[in-house]
Design a protein around this ligand. Sequence first.
Ligand code: ADP
Ligand code: MG
Length: 258
Amino acid sequence: MIVIAIANQKGGVGKTTSAINIATAMAASGWRTLLVDLDPQGNASTGVGLSAAERDRSSYDVVVDEMAIADCLFASTIPGLDLVPATQDLSGAEVELVGVDDRTQRLNRALNAHTGHDICFIDCPPSLGLLTLNALCAADTLLVPLQCEFFALEGLSQLLQTVEQVQQRFNPDLGIIGIALTMFDRRNRLTDQVADDVRECLGNLVFDSVIPRNVRLSEAPSHGLPALIYDHSCPGSKAYMALARELIGRLPQERKAA
Ligand code: ADP
Ligand code: MG
């Protein structure tokens, strides 16, 4: 199973929207897909149709109580996409694990022991705390959604520093599979400028597919559906399908035969 963390310590940049829709596109392409919601807000869980009341097991149980992934799995509304949901008690996990020796490795160990899925996406919380650290230790590679706004590059350099530290201390093979530009607004000149700057700095790391600002993407979660299902022909859905195709093209060859 290839594990992809979707991370950026900034909130509201499109992590969860990307996690939901890329995971849905992968499932639709025949990949047995697992989505791990590691944000206490649980938006990814809601977005694939699992209400808070149904979440009697969650990523909290995996990270804090060392429960097996298989025991915390839920089917989503999308065929081929399973979910380990998040609950609010996950916000206490960082504190509860403070004194624990292997606190960065909880998710890594659980995912290593897990079979039955080809690909796993981890939707990270908006911080570089212990939960995101668990995701970076468990991941083969990182996908970074980046909103084209003024401080985007500053935030990115902080994230890249963290990735370097994780590579040095915990996970030498951690890669970055790509940076996805999100909430792109062609009519906004600043957005355009930031996108140009990001491409100039990071070159091929930036995916060609850009996610436009599209209200359908923000409406979909209130229906408990990924935009890809809610309105598969809206510009946002089309952009996420293109992004998923590009992502598949970047995956290691031997893993593609899912
Ligand atoms: P994060 O997980 O990084 O905090 P979200 O994916 O939750 O970010 O997105 C933040 C908000 O912006 C949500 O309300 C979401 O529905 C909305 N949103 C995300 N991407 C887009 C987009 N491309 N166009 C319009 N709204 C978007
Ligand atoms: Mg989120």
